[in-house]
Design a protein around this ligand. Structure first.
Ligand SMILES: Cc1cc2nc3c(=O)[nH]c(=O)nc-3n(C[C@H](O)[C@H](O)[C@H](O)COP(=O)(O)OP(=O)(O)OC[C@H]3O[C@@H](n4cnc5c(N)ncnc54)[C@H](O)[C@@H]3O)c2cc1C
Length: 440
C-alpha cells in the first residue's frame, strides 16, 4: 500500500466539500481512532469524517486511485479491528447519526453512523420500535449488516428481517438503493454478509407500535443457585413466548464480593404477565431483583455498565442447543471463575448465554438473505476483558478452548435431535467469527 503524502491529502481536501479530514498531525485524530475495544485501534493514514454520500463517494474513489486500504467505521464495536486501518483510509460515519421517523408508514430511517441509542429514542418519541441491539451504544451499521438480534427478535425476527432498504455507495462511487425491488442481489447480500459490498449511507427499517413501558430488569443469584437458575431458564424457553427473552451472565460481582449469576429478563407486556413468566426465577430468592416496568429504550442500557469503552476485549461466539445441560453449565462456570481468580486482570470478563424465542427468525427461509444461521440454536458469548497487551494471544487462546468445549457439546447434541419444522443447519461453527456471525 502506498504511503499517504501531503500532496495526496491536499487533493483529497480539495475534492471534499463538507467532510472533516484528520491526519496524524490533526487535532482530533487520536480521538477518532478510539474504538470500543483497544484491540480494534489502528493508526489510520487519514480519517475522513463524512457528512453525506458525496463525501463517502469522493473518499472511496480517492483511496482507490492511490491503492489505499479502506475501512468503514460505524459504531466502532468490532473487537477485531475491521472498522480501522493501519496506514490507510478510514471512512468514519460518526457524524452521520440522523434518524427520521415516519409515524404514518411506521418506518425509521437512520444514517449509517447512528447507534441504537438514537434509533431507540427517536422511535420511542412516536411510540414505535424496531429490532435493535441490546447494548445501545453499538452501531446500527455493523449490527444490521451482520444480521442483528435484539429483545424484539422473538416478535419480529432479526434486524435484517425488518430492513426495508439501504442506500449504499458502491466501490465505483455511485449511490444506489438496495431493497426487495431495487438491486435485489445487493439487498440479499447486505442482509447478513454486508460488511464489504459498499458503504451504507442510511438504513430504513420497519417499526412497530411499542408501549412505552416493558417488564424488564436484573436478577442476581449466588453461585450455588446455578442449577436451579438453569432449570428455570430451560423451562421458560421450553414454552416459548415471542414477547419474552432472557440473558444469563456469569460474572464477578461489581463490588468484588464473588462470582454471580445474573439474569436479565425481558417481557414485552405488563407486570403481571412478566412476573408470571419469570416467577420460577423470582421465587429462587435472588440477591438482587430490579424487575419492573421500564421504558423499552432503557432496557437496552441495562448492560452498558458492563460494556464500557476501554481495555482490550475478545468476543468468541458459542452456540448451544437448549436445554442447557446443568452439569456442563456448572463446569463452565467453575472453570471460568477459577481462571478469573488466577488472572485478576480478567476480572471484568463474562460468559453470556441468550434465551431467545427463535421461531420468528426461523420463519424466514435461510435462502432469503445472506444470514446463514436461522435455526433453534441459541447464542452465547465468551467476553474477555483485560489490560495487559502481552496477554492478547494467551487470553484469546483460552477463550477458543472454552469455545471448543461448547462446540463439542453442540456437535454431539445436534445429531438426531432435529425439531419438527426445523431445517438442519450443518454449518461449520468453528468457521463462524467470534460472536454470532453478526458480532464481527
Ligand atoms: C457490547 C456489544 C454488544 C453487542 N450486542 C449485540 C446485540 O445485542 N445484537 C447483535 O446482533 N449484535 C450485538 N453486538 C455485535 C455487533 O452487532 C457487532 O460487533 C457489530 O459489528 C458492531 O457494529 P458497529 O457499527 O458498532 O461496529 P464497527 O466496528 O464500526 O463496524 C463493524 C463492521 O461493520 C462495518 N460497517 C459498520 N457500519 C457500516 C456501514 N454503514 N456501511 C458499511 N459497513 C459498515 C465496518 O466496516 C466493520 O467491518 C454487540 C457488540 C458489542 C461490542
Amino acid at each position: 500500500m502506498s504511503k499517504i503524502s501531503d500532496i495526496m491529502i491536499e487533493s483529497l481536501q480539495t475534492q471534499l466539500k463538507t467532510a472533516l479530514v484528520l491526519t496524524p498531525d490533526s487535532e482530533g485524530y487520536e480521538a477518532s481512532l478510539v474504538r470500543w475495544s483497544e484491540t480494534g485501534i489502528k493508526p489510520a493514514g487519514v480519517v475522513v469524517q463524512a457528512v453525506d454520500s458525496a463525501d463517502i463517494s469522493t473518499a472511496l474513489l480517492w483511496a482507490q486511485k492511490h491503492g489505499l486500504d479502506v475501512a468503514v467505521k460505524g459504531g466502532g464495536h468490532s473487537t477485531a479491528g475491521t472498522s480501522s486501518s493501519d496506514g490507510g483510509l478510514v471512512i468514519d460515519l460518526s457524524r452521520m447519526k440522523n434518524v427520521k421517523v415516519d409515524p404514518m408508514a411506521k418506518t425509521v430511517n437512520a444514517q449509517g453512523g447512528a447507534t441504537w441509542k438514537e434509533v431507540d429514542e427517536a422511535g420511542a418519541a412516536y411510540g414505535l420500535a424496531t429490532v435493535g441491539g441490546t447494548v445501545n451504544h453499538t452501531g446500527i451499521g455493523g449490527l444490521t449488516l451482520g444480521g442483528g438480534y435484539g429483545w424484539l427478535s422473538g416478535q419480529y425476527g432479526l434486524t435484517i428481517d425488518n430492513l426495508l432498504s439501504a442506500r449504499v455507495v458502491l466501490a465505483d462511487g455511485s449511490l444506489v438503493t438496495a431493497s426487495a425491488s431495487e438491486h435485489p442481489e445487493l439487498f440479499w447480500g447486505l442482509r447478513g454478509a454486508g460488511y464489504n459490498f459498499g458503504v451504507v449511507v442510511d438504513f430504513t427499517y420497519q417499526a412497530y407500535d411499542q408501549a412505552e413501558l416493558v417488564f424488564s430488569g436484573i436478577l442476581a443469584f449466588t453461585s450455588e443457585r446455578l442449577e436451579q437458575v438453569f432449570e428455570q431458564l430451560n423451562a421458560i424457553l421450553a414454552i416459548p413466548d415471542s414477547r419474552s427473552g432472557a440473558m444469563c451472565i456469569f460474572a464477578q460481582a461489581p463490588d468484588g464480593s464473588g462470582p454471580m449469576i445474573i439474569v436479565i429478563c425481558f417481557y414485552n407486556g405488563a407486570t403481571e404477565e412478566g412476573e408470571k413468566r419469570f416467577s420460577g426465577l423470582i421465587h429462587l430468592r435472588p440477591i438482587l431483583n430490579t424487575l419492573g416496568m421500564i421504558p423499552y429504550s432503557i432496557v437496552n442500557t441495562l448492560q452498558n455498565p458492563q460494556a464500557t469503552y476501554g481495555a482490550r476485549k475478545s468476543f468468541k461466539g458459542i452456540f448451544y442447543e437448549p436445554p442447557v445441560d446443568l452439569k456442563f453449565a456448572r463446569t463452565v462456570f467453575e472453570d471460568f471463575m477459577a481462571k478469573i481468580q488466577d488472572e485478576p486482570d480478567l476480572m471484568q470478563s463474562a460468559i453470556i448465554l441468550e434465551f431467545i424465542d427463535m421461531r420468528k427468525i426461523c420463519e424466514t427461509p435461510v435462502s432469503a438473505t445472506a444470514f446463514a444461521s436461522r435455526n433453534f440454536t441459541q447464542n452465547g458469548i465468551i467476553y474477555l476483558r483485560w489490560t495487559d497487551e502481552s496477554k492478547d494471544l494467551e487470553h484469546r487462546t483460552w477463550a477458543r478452548e472454552i469455545q471448543a468445549k461448547w462446540k463439542t457439546k453442540l456437535d454431539t447434541r445436534v445429531i438426531g435431535q432435529k425439531r419438527e419444522g426445523e431445517v438442519p443447519q450443518y454449518i461449520n461453527y468453528a468457521e463462524r467469527k467470534s460472536f454470532p456471525l453478526l458480532y464481527v
